[in-house]
Design a protein around this ligand. Structure first.
Ligand code: UD1
Ligand code: MG
Length: 462
C-alpha cells in the first residue's frame, strides 16, 4: 500500500432525473444497501481522512442514511456540475496536501483493488491527475478520453463530442486521484461554456496539461465495475452483479446455494461452511449463520444469529432473533425481535414469538403466540397456546419454568408464572400463578344432555 496521505470526496448531490423517483438516486438500494454506501465504505477501508460527501438533492435524507459513517458533509445548494460539486468540498480540505480520491455516489460496483491500483499508479507516476478509464463496447453517454499517442489530452463529454470523438471507446469512469491543492486551483479556472452549461470536473485534465502537470490514465480491466447507475434498469443490473459477487464468494467459502440467481444475500451477512440455502431466500443486515444449517425456500432472515445445524423451513421470517444450535423453525414461523432460543428448540408452523427467552429443548409445534415471555428448559407448549401479554395499556410477562407441559388451547393472562414441572390442562385460561409440580385447569365442567340431538331434529322436521 502507498504511504501517502489520502482523503476522499464522494459526489452525491445529483438528482438522478432518469430514476423518476422522489428518492435521491444515491439512496436507491443495491443488494439492500443504498448505493452511496459502497463508495463511502471504500473510503473508510482505504483509511481516507477526511472523507467528505457532497450532498444536495435530498441532502437530509442522504445524510441520515450515512449517519453511522465518520463522514463530513458539504452542501451543494445548486447542482451546477461535477466540477462545482468538488469545489464545494474545498473548505473541508483546507490545508490537506496529499492525494485526493474522487468517488461517485452512483458507482456502487467499484472494488477496493481497483482503487488501490489507481492510487499506486498515481504515486508511481508522480502524477497530478490520474483518471480511471475503461474500454466500453458501447461508450454512449460517457465522457471520452482524447489521447495523442499515449498522452491523455482531455476528456470530452458525449454532448460536446464531435462525430469522430464519439467513436472513441475509452471512457471516463468518473473516478480520479488528484493532487489536492492543485485540483481546486485548476477548478477555479474552469468555465461552463459547454453543451450542458455546467462546470465540468473533467476540464481539470486539460487544465493540468496546460499548467505543465502530469496527467495519467489507468485503464481498468474490469469495465463492469465502473458502471454508473442512472436508471432503474441499470439499478437492477448493478444488483445482479453485486448478487453474483456476494454469492460467488460464499460458494467459494463452502456454502451451497441451490440457485444463486434467486438467492438474495446482503453484503454484511456471514455464513459458515456446509450450510445449504434454497432458492428465494433473503438474508439481510447483520445476519450470521453457523455451520451445517439448512434454509428453505422463501425464508426472510434479518439481523439474526443462527447457531450450527439450524433448520429454517419454508416461508419463515426471522428478525433480530437468536437461534441456538440444532433448532428447527417453521414452516411459516415468525420470530420477531428479542426472540432468543437456547438450542435444540422446535418452533413449528404458525408460531410467532417476540421478546421471548426460550430454554434448551423447549418447543411449540403449532399455532402459538409467545410474547414477553421466559420459558425454561424442556417446556412443551401445546397447539393454540397464547400468552396474553397486552392489557390494552401495558405489556406483561409470562414465565414458564423448566419441564412444564402446556396442554393445547391455553391462554396465559400475563403477568403470570407457572412453577417447574407443572401441567396445564388443555383449554385453560391461566390467570393466577401456578406452584411447581401442580396441575392447573380452568375448564368449565362439561354438560351432557342425553337425547337432546334426536329431539331437536324431530322438532325441526315438524
Ligand atoms: C460524469 C462525467 C463523465 C463520466 C461519467 C461517469 C463530468 C462532467 N462528466 O458524467 O465524463 O463518463 O460521469 O459515470 O464529470 N453530481 C453532483 N453535483 C452536480 C452534478 C453531479 O454531486 O452538480 C454527482 C452525481 O450525484 C453523481 C456524479 O456527480 O454521483 C456524476 O454525475 P452525473 O450527472 O451522473 O455525471 P455524468 O453525466 O454521468
Ligand atoms: Mg449526468
Amino acid at each position: 500500500m502507498n504511504q501517502q496521505k489520502l482523503a476522499a470526496v464522494i459526489l452525491a448531490a445529483g438528482q438522478g432525473t432518469r430514476m423518476k423517483s422522489q428518492k435521491p438516486k444515491v439512496l436507491h438500494p443495491v443488494a439492500g444497501q443504498p448505493m452511496v454506501a459502497y463508495p463511502v465504505g471504500l473510503s473508510r477501508i482505504l483509511g481516507c481522512s477526511p472523507a467528505v460527501a457532497v450532498v444536495g438533492h435530498g441532502a437530509e435524507q442522504v445524510q441520515q442514511a450515512l449517519s453511522n459513517e465518520s463522514l463530513q458533509f458539504v452542501l451543494q445548494q445548486e447542482q451546477l456540475g461535477t466540477g462545482h460539486a468538488l469545489l464545494c468540498a474545498e473548505e473541508s480540505l483546507k490545508g490537506f496536501n496529499g492525494t485526493l480520491l474522487l468517488l461517485c455516489g452512483d458507482v456502487p460496483l467499484l472494488k477496493q483493488q481497483t482503487l488501490e491500483r489507481l492510487l499506486a499508479c498515481h504515486a508511481a507516476q508522480q502524477a497530478t491527475v490520474t483518471v480511471l478509464t475503461a474500454e466500453m463496447e458501447n461508450p454512449f453517454g460517457y465522457g471520452r478520453i482524447v489521447r495523442q499517442g499515449e498522452e491523455v489530452l482531455r476528456i470530452v463529454e458525449e454532448k460536446d463530442a464531435s462525430a469522430k470523438e464519439k467513436t472513441i471507446r475509452e471512457i471516463n469512469t468518473g473516478i480520479y486521484a488528484f493532487e489536492a491543492p492543485f485540483v481546486f486551483e485548476a477548478l477555479r479556472g474552469v468555465g461552463r461554456d459547454n453543451a450542458q452549461g455546467e462546470y465540468y470536473l473533467t476540464d481539470v485534465i486539460a487544465a493540468a496539461r496546460a499548467a505543465g502537470r502530469k496527467v495519467c490514465a489507468l485503464v481498468t480491466d474490469e469495465p463492469a465495475e465502473t458502471m454508473g447507475v442512472n436508471d432503474r434498469l441499470q439499478l437492477a443490473e448493478a444488483g445482479a452483479v453485486m448478487r453474483h459477487r456476494i454469492n460467488s464468494e460464499l460458494m467459494h467459502s463452502g456454502v451451497t446455494l441451490v440457485d444463486p440467481q434467486t438467492t438474495y444475500i446482503e453484503p454484511q451477512v456471514e455464513i459458515a461452511s456446509d450450510t445449504l440455502i434454497h432458492p428465494g431466500v433473503h438474508l439481510r443486515g447483520a445476519t450470521c449463520i453457523g455451520h451445517n444449517c439448512e434454509i428453505e425456500p422463501g425464508a426472510v432472515i434479518t439481523d439474526s444469529i443462527l447457531g450450527e445445524s439450524v433448520h429454517v423451513k419454508a416461508g419463515s421470517v426471522l428478525s433480530e432473533a437468536r437461534v441456538g444450535d440444532s433448532s428447527a423453525i417453521g414452516p411459516m414461523a415468525h420470530l420477531r425481535p428479542g426472540t432468543v432460543l437456547a438450542g435444540k428448540n422446535k418452533l413449528g408452523n404458525f408460531v410467532e414469538t417476540k421478546k421471548a427467552l426460550i430454554g434448551e429443548g423447549s418447543q411449540a409445534s403449532h399455532l402459538t403466540y409467545i410474547g414477553d415471555a421466559e420459558l425454561g428448559t424442556g417446556v412443551n407448549i401445546g397447539c393454540g397456546t397464547i400468552t396474553c401479554n397486552y392489557d390494552g395499556v401495558s405489556k406483561h410477562r409470562t414465565v414458564i419454568e423448566d419441564d412444564v407441559f402446556v396442554g393445547s388451547d391455553t391462554q396465559f393472562v400475563a403477568p403470570v408464572r407457572v412453577g417447574r414441572n407443572s401441567l396445564i390442562g388443555a383449554g385453560s385460561t391461566i390467570t393466577k400463578d401456578v406452584p411447581p409440580d401442580s396441575l392447573a385447569l380452568s375448564r368449565v365442567e362439561q354438560r351432557v344432555i342425553e337425547g337432546w340431538s334426536l329431539k331437536h331434529r324431530r322438532a325441526k322436521k315438524k
